[in-house]
Structure formats: C-alpha cells, structure tokens
Design a binder for this molecule. Structure first.
Ligand SMILES: [Zn+2]
Length: 111
C-alpha cells in the first residue's frame, strides 16, 4: 500500500514537471516545436527511456541528450519531411531516483 502511494506521488510529481516552460524553434526548418513534439519527463523518465540495463540514476544532476523527431507542425499535422533533433535536458534525481527537475535547455539538429 505504501509503495502504491509513493508511486502515485511520483507520478503527480512528474506531471507537474512534464510541460516545457517555453517553446523551442526547430534548428532545421525554423518552425515552432510544440509541447507534443518535444521530449518530456514522461517519455524519458516515467516510461524509463533513460534506463540502461537495469541501472537508474539517483542523487545526481544529469544532462540528458534526448533524440527525437520534429514530426508535427504547430497545428498538429504531420510534416512532409520529418527530421531528427536532439534536446539537451537538465535533470535532477533525488536519493530515491525520482526525477525532480526536467528542463529542456537547447534543441539541436540530430543525426
Ligand atoms: Zn523542424
């Protein structure tokens, strides 16, 4: 039971962190990257994309470089030529491994 409450608390914590504060302009096509087209705490942390072989990050400030695609226009339509991007994200993990900060700092062309 206690574990469930903690999990719920963790999810709420992530939700409040998942929306980027400002929009980013795509460095390739120069149009706006919307929230739905950027990496977020849910996909990277909650869905465990940052895990590597069962190891997790705790008690650290970490810069994550997240590969994603510019796939959608501001209106939510699919781009004719989606292109790869990489976001530099500042994250902070507490002693239990919970992500307490997820700030996208920069977006660069990807590979
Ligand atoms: Zn673009």
């Amino acid at each position: 039971m206690k574990e469930m409450e903690e999990k719920e608390h963790a999810e709420k914590g992530i939700d409040s962190l998942s929306k980027p504060k400002s929009a980013f302009v795509c460095p390739i096509c120069k149009t706006l990257l919307t929230d739905t087209n950027l990496v977020d705490a849910k996909s990277v942390v909650q869905d465990n994309l940052y895990y590597v072989g069962g190891v997790f990050i705790a008690d650290s400030h970490v810069y994550l470089y997240c590969n994603f695609e510019h796939r959608y226009t501001e209106e939510g339509n699919t781009l004719e030529n989606p292109h790869p991007l990489i976001a530099k994200v500042k994250t902070i993990f507490d002693k239990k491994g919970e992500c307490i900060c997820f700030d996208i700092l920069e977006v660069h062309p990807g590979k």
